[in-house]
Write a protein that binds this ligand. Sequence first.
Ligand SMILES: *[C@@H]1O[C@H](CO)[C@@H](O)[C@H](O)[C@H]1NC(C)=O
Length: 463
Amino acid sequence: MMESFSLLHSIRISALVLSVTSALDPHELTIIILSQSEGYHVAHADLLKNDIQEQARSMDKGIPNVILTHNLDIKGSWTFVPLLPYMIAQYSQSKWFFFCEDNTVIRLPLLINFLSSLNYTQEQWLGHALYDREPTIIHHFAEHTKKFKYPNVASGFAISAELVHSLANKIVKGEGPNNDFSIDASYEFSSFILSSSKKRLIHAPELCVVSSRDCATYPRYFHPCTNPVPREKVFIAVKTCSKYHLERIPIIKQTWGKYASNIGYFTDKTDKNLPDAYVVPNTEQGHCAKTFAILEIAHKLMQKQSLDWLIITDDDTILGLARLLRLLTCYNPANPVALGERYGFRMWHNAQGYDYLTGGAGLALSASIVQQILESGLCHCPSPSSPDDMFIFGICISRLGVKPTQCSLFHQARPLDYALAYLASNEPVSFHKFWMIDPIKVYEQWFAESDSIYAKNNMHTEL
Ligand SMILES: *[C@@H]1O[C@H](CO)[C@@H](O)[C@H](O)[C@H]1NC(C)=O
């Protein structure tokens, strides 16, 4: 009796030892949170880090390395590439590297189980795979569609140490990517891995876009931080020019524009079709002087009415106004904040490269940063036709010591330019371009319902 018990016991123990030896210990995992230096994002990255460490402690195992990238101050870390040599140098004991955002929810025991089922000595990487439905502007109209997969970054993705090693070697040897513009980091990183290591992303359904019981990770939906910012506290500047007064402005006025309390149309010529417009200097391209003039006019209005935010859009931006004002509740207008969709220019050249906010997606500037741009004397346009987004919302704000804050809810292209699963994972605040779509339908499909809270109020004021 005693004997058979101890036999059974020893079988159990050896089975346990076997499974433990093949399992990944959390301390062999490095989790890299793509954090940002703006306060709301720092707070969320810290919460995620604490949550991961707490989960590891209650598993009674080692603690994963958790890196917040804004603390490293490695230029262009949001494109992943510059991080790889650093990770290999600092965390050589890690078997897996897991990249995620500050809004990724991680269930550590499930993530460890998932990674334990894989072989870290093989070059491989796994994520929630996205693919394009058709060639899209954000991916340079590349022809490869469904076969080419890239990860939904907010779901996180895992790279084996073996693959990180081999990529880091190539980067150090100067064989990293060399594209001038960084637009969609996930897509461009996947292209780099495919061309340099011949590895395609493996789809991992455990890394989810929408939460369910078995998910090891999923993106957390945005929750407003306070009551919505009143639309009376915001000035919206729409950049247009005379050739679009009849084609585009009526669509803006028919959709989100009708809900704005303070809205200005900034154009190049007086026109009876748009009598309420501000006339500012125009250039065929670049628009630096035009945008600077908009800032000057907006700043005066904002001071007079003590407004908190300036939103700048193109005349073909499709905005969800109510959603955008919910988003702004998480940012302090007394701080220098520039919020929108981030692009990068020459991220691989240490001296020259910089981040900037792309204009078409719409962007939000706090009253504080508008004042600094105008009063610092650091932001005069190099020429009237310098690109306004690259200069003012890139070079200029970096001279002020401000990093643009990236928010993946802003979109520089149309809904059909994005992967379906990606769009399902959060609530966009904008799209851009009226080309080959019905912008009114897009507005109705995405934003009309949330903006309908204003329809009630509009009726009240008219009564
Ligand atoms: C992991 O992969 C390596 C290299 O392909 C192989 O030699 C090894 O047997 C694999 N280990 C397991 C447990 O499958």
